[in-house]
Each structure stands twice: as structure tokens, then as C-alpha cells.
Write a protein that binds this ligand. Structure first.
Ligand SMILES: [Zn+2]
Length: 291
């Protein structure tokens, strides 16, 4: 079982169940498979569990979790059955575990991949990723549209985009997860798991400051990647910090460095300034990040 199989099975399930719009109706997916979903009182810190009763599979989700988390939990549980991967967390899914990367079993990560593919279907995110810029503002809009977490949306966006992008999740200052876009991979730039966050990165300063708001930084490609080809890129980063898990999420936009023609210098400078004004304006609702 690898990632590609998990993704292919998720796409097949969506197709078989006739789901073509977002937010994906996870209840419909569950009942298509003959599973029953119940929202119930579960212990704090328990996201959900699956019980089998009289040959009927019932997924219980914690009614006190946010609706986004409940959606993800249901799909994660569905994944265990569709992928035929026994649960490695016992019967109960601890809620602080989903979508995290420290100390997870590969089977559990595959179930998350399946869940993400169902929540943010490729055919729908792909054109949106071409159309929109990779910014925290747009990720928040897409999170609303798909009813999925920002990290889920950011990963899918980076996978689907034709631009030079990456999404990096670090815990306690160490990179745990990174997704680079196809274009960046083809430019032979990668970001290795297990490396410390670059010192001058927005994520590193967010972690140091302990402040959960948005942080941004201009860095160089080589700060993030030990690939020689990274030297051809500058890197603009927006980062967020989540104190309870000491998790940072960075969205990275790599810009290939090139000489600008002298004659257009003035115009380019003006255009840059206009862009900057637009981006500074772009954080409505940031004070309520979704997790
Ligand atoms: Zn699981």
C-alpha cells in the first residue's frame, strides 16, 4: 500500500458515490458504504471510533469537536475500511493525532491522505489552484468552500498548482512534512524532512515569539533547500503558529531570480508596490484561525 493507491481508491469512492460538488457530503459517502455515522458524547481528546454491531459498521464522532474536525474524522475512519488498514491507534482516534506527523504510523498517515483526497477532490482544487494566488487569505476562502482545514487545503493547493510553491509543517522547529509543487520538483528543489526551520524564516520567528498571528519573511531558496538549484530562487514565506502543538505552517512562494530589462524597471517597481498594498490588506478574519 502506498500513497498512490490510497489516492486512487479515494477518487474511485467519490466517483462511485456520484459526488461531484464541494463541500463533499461525508455522510453520503459513509452511507454509500453502508456505514452509520453518529455524533455522540465522547471523552475529551477523543475524535472518534468505529464499532461493529450486528455486522453493521458505525462511526462515532465527538459531537464537541468542530464540524471541520468531525468531517475529517469520519473520512479517516472510512479510510481504514476502504484501504483495509487496521487502525494503529486502537479503536479510538485521539483528536490531537489527526493531521499531525510526530510519531504516526505510516498506515495512519495513508488514512489521512485518503481523507484529504476525499475532502478536497483533485478535479475541483486543480483549476482553483491555477486561478488563485497561494496566500493565507485565499487558503482561508478555500477552507470555507471545501469545509476542510487550512493545512489540508494548503497541501492540496501545492500539489495541484503549476507554480513554484511549497507547504511546510514543522513541529518544535523541525520540518515534519513538506509538499513541493510539481514545478518546483522539476526545478530540482526539494525540502527535506527532519531539517530545522531556517533561522531567518517566518516560522522560526513565530515559534520563538510564541505569538499565533501571521508572520512573513523574505528568504532565499537555499535557506529551505540544500539543492544547488535552490540558489536560483528567492522565497517569500507566510507562516502561522499554533501554540498548543508547537506547530508552524509555512506557505512558500519561490520566485526564480532573473535580470529585469532596464527599460521596464520603473514600471516593475510600481507594480510591486501595488501588489504589496493588496497583500497587506488581505487578512480579514485572521484572528480566528481554523485548526
Ligand atoms: Zn486511524
Amino acid at each position: 500500500m502506498d500513497e498512490n493507491i490510497a489516492v486512487a481508491r479515494a477518487r474511485k469512492l467519490l466517483k462511485d458515490a456520484g459526488i461531484t460538488t464541494v463541500p463533499v457530503d461525508v455522510e453520503t459517502l459513509a452511507s454509500f458504504l453502508g456505514f452509520q455515522v453518529s455524533r455522540t458524547e465522547l471523552a475529551d481528546g477523543e475524535a472518534g471510533c468505529t464499532v461493529e454491531r450486528r455486522r453493521k459498521i458505525c462511526i462515532w464522532v465527538n459531537q464537541n469537536d468542530s464540524p471541520l474536525r468531525q468531517r475529517f474524522t469520519i473520512l479517516h475512519e472510512i479510510a481504514h475500511h476502504v484501504l483495509e488498514l487496521p487502525s494503529r491507534h486502537g479503536e479510538k482516534v485521539p483528536s490531537d493525532e489527526l493531521e499531525r506527523f510526530t510519531g504516526r504510523h505510516p498506515e495512519e498517515v495513508l488514512c489521512d491522505i485518503f481523507a484529504a483526497e476525499c475532502l478536497v477532490p483533485w478535479v475541483i482544487i486543480q483549476p482553483l489552484a491555477e486561478e488563485k494566488d497561494f496566500t493565507l487569505e485565499h487558503l482561508a476562502e478555500l477552507a470555507e468552500l471545501f469545509q476542510a482545514s487550512r493545512s489540508c487545503i494548503a497541501s492540496r493547493f501545492a500539489q495541484a498548482s503549476g507554480a513554484h510553491l511549497a507547504f511546510v509543517v514543522a513541529e518544535e522547529g523541525v520540518v515534519k512534512y513538506s509538499i513541493v509543487s510539481k514545478a518546483l520538483r522539476e526545478a530540482r528543489v526539494w525540502i527535506t524532512k527532519g531539517i530545522p526551520l531556517p533561522q531567518d524564516s517566518a516560522a522560526a520567528s513565530a515559534l520563538k515569539s510564541g505569538i499565533s498571528g501571521p508572520h512573513e519573511a523574505d528568504t532565499e531558496g537555499l535557506d529551505w533547500s540544500n539543492s544547488d538549484d535552490a540558489s536560483r530562487f528567492a522565497c517569500y514565506e507566510q507562516a502561522t503558529y499554533h501554540a498548543p502543538t508547537k506547530q508552524t505552517q509555512s506557505i512558500l512562494i519561490f520566485e526564480e531570480l532573473e535580470q529585469r530589462p532596464v527599460s521596464s524597471g520603473y514600471r516593475s517597481a510600481r507594480d510591486d508596490r501595488d501588489d504589496l498594498l493588496e497583500e497587506i490588506d488581505g487578512y480579514p478574519g485572521w484572528s480566528k484561525p481554523r485548526y
